[in-house]
Write a protein that binds this ligand. Structure first.
Ligand code: ARG
Ligand code: ZN
Length: 504
């Protein structure tokens, strides 16, 4: 089952299913505790909205120039491990992407309109763009000059954009997209062409392979997609479809809209020949599932499991944050899945329910609550892996506790030397971030009890819905809700390069 995903992520084998500590146990008092926690959390850790300015301030625009005095937007948003990812000086509100893709020539033509707000005075700023040819850039309707330098598209509007002003940039571009091929254990990602279309998975920084963007999770925005492909193919993006696809002169245009804030790495324009099933989950959520033709036998099971698991997680993690759920199986053998917002994508395999449970848990942990810096990735992967254990526990396969103990028993596991609280840029998706990250949550659950742990999880998703988060904010909320000092627990599990002491 897990051989399809990350190479070194063995799932625990089935274990005895006596389940003393059930997910359900924490629910009865959750409303009370959440109410307390949310008030306090909002007071101590507001993170929605203006994360970009503080991050941007950390990235020098040019050496020796005070970032606040410069009118040059920094080429990076300030992630210490990915210094050129994202950009400083502005905050994107919305992307309006008009895209046309021809699988035969592999040519993409795009016009991207980006609505942004300046967070400093700007005479120049960057967008991230990998390859492709830019033909024209306008800022607020006026022609702007531009240049390219590696993956930076440098734009000079010709006047100054004042701090706080809203502005609109349109970039017209075309070319054959090149995916990212990285040595840092990331495989191939971004816009990947397939015989009948494209498989588009962008974590961590592959959005720039198909649209000019502020390509870093700390700048979330809403999206409109208008995607044109040869008639007979389907184009799938995030959110919901606006109207029925229109076919003209042998081409079909699909309009999709994601109205909730989204990180650039979760955006997709996956295209090809697909079998589609749509409907509504038992709790009333729209479901859209698509599978490549040779996975047609998996369509119904992906649909059923996706609907059921999304509904179940909404009873455990809090209300589902988006307006639809779904999933896509494409026939490109990526060897991994990605939690694309509203529609996780499975790269060339029919996912087991625990994997669907993992990707759908990301809709809360990663997609609704998005990390500010990549080193905090355990907030995504540790939580989603723990969700696999919770799903196994819920369905009577094995308990989270048995999964924890199975990993703990292996003193030689390399994850003990990789502290998951600081995901490494050269091994971002290391097994420790997943498994030791999940173990961290289990150690916390044992320490504070189910009656605090599950309310904490719900307070966490509630307080930071659609926002950006840090590990420190999670630790603070855990301490607040449990009333315990948890520093040594989190230090041992997240930050020390050795196996922590056994838990009770
Ligand atoms: N977030 C994905 C998951 O755990 C993994 C993405 C891996 N990305 C990559 N470029 N290898 O579901
Ligand atoms: Zn994951």
């Amino acid at each position: 089952m897990s051989s399809h995903r990350l190479p070194s992520r063995p799932a625990p084998t089935a274990a005895p299913t006596t389940t003393p500590a059930r997910v359900r146990a924490g629910r009865s008092i959750s409303v009370l505790i959440c109410a307390v926690a949310v008030g306090a959390a909002t007071a101590c850790a507001p993170s929605e909205g203006a994360v970009t300015p503080s991050l941007a301030a950390a990235a020098p625009a040019s050496p020796g120039t005070g970032a606040s005095a410069s009118t040059v937007g920094a080429p990076g948003i300030g992630d210490p491990d990915f210094p050129t990812d994202g950009n400083g000086g502005y905050d994107v509100q919305h992307y309006d992407l008009r895209l046309s893709y021809d699988p035969a020539s592999r040519k993409l033509a795009g016009s991207a309109t980006i609505e942004a707000k300046a967070v400093q005075d700007l005479t120049s700023f960057d967008l991230d763009l990998h390859g492709l040819t830019v033909s024209r850039v306008t800022v607020d309707g006026g022609a702007a000059s531009f240049s390219r330098s590696k993956d930076e598209l440098v734009i000079e509007p010709g006047g100054q954009i004042s701090n706080g002003a809203r502005f609109e940039v349109t970039v017209d571009y075309s070319g054959v997209p090149e995916p990212m091929r990285d040595s840092a254990n990331l495989g191939e990602y971004g816009f990947i062409s397939t015989p009948d279309g494209a498989f588009v998975t962008c974590e961590p920084n592959g959005a720039k392979t198909w649209f000019p963007s502020n390509d870093h999770p700390s700048d979330k925005a809403t999206y409109d997609f208008r995607i044109t492909v040869p008639a007979g193919l389907t184009a799938i993006a995030n959110g919901e479809m606006a109207g029925t696809p229109q076919t003209n002169a042998g081409k079909t245009t699909f309009v999709w809209r994601e109205k909730h804030p989204m990180a650039s790495y979760l955006a997709t324009m996956t295209t090809g020949k697909f079998q589609i099933r749509t409907g509504t989950s038992a709790r009333g959520l729209p479901v859209y599932v698509a599978v490549a033709d040779n996975y047609r036998g998996s369509l119904d099971q992906l649909y059923t499991q996706t609907a059921k698991i999304t509904d179940y997680w909404s009873t455990v993690f809090g209300p589902y944050p988006f307006s639809s759920t779904g999933g896509v199986i494409d026939d490109y053998a990526a060897g991994y899945a990605l939690e694309n917002q509203t529609k996780p994508i499975y790269g060339g395999f029919s996912p087991a329910p625990t994997i669907i449970a993992h990707e759908l848990a990301h809709q809360w942990f990663g997609d609704s609550l998005t990390i500010k810096r990549w080193r905090d990735l355990w907030l995504n992967e540790g939580f989603a892996t723990y969700a696999e254990w919770l799903w196994a526990e819920h369905t009577g396969q094995y308990t989270a506790d048995s999964a924890f103990r199975r990993y703990y028993a292996n003193a030689a596991d390399p994850m003990w030397s990789y502290p998951p609280g600081t995901a490494r840029p050269d091994d971002l998706f290391g097994a420790a971030v997943y498994n030791r990250g999940a173990m961290t949550l289990h150690a916390l659950r044992r320490e504070i009890g189910d009656d605090k742990f599950f309310p904490l999880i719900r307070a966490w998703t509630d307080a930071h819905r659609y926002g950006n988060v840090t590990t420190q904010e999670f630790i603070s909320m855990a301490e607040l809700i449990s009333g315990k000092n948890l520093k040594s627990l989190f230090d041992a599990w997240l930050y020390e390069p050795r196996r922590p002491a056994p838990i009770p």
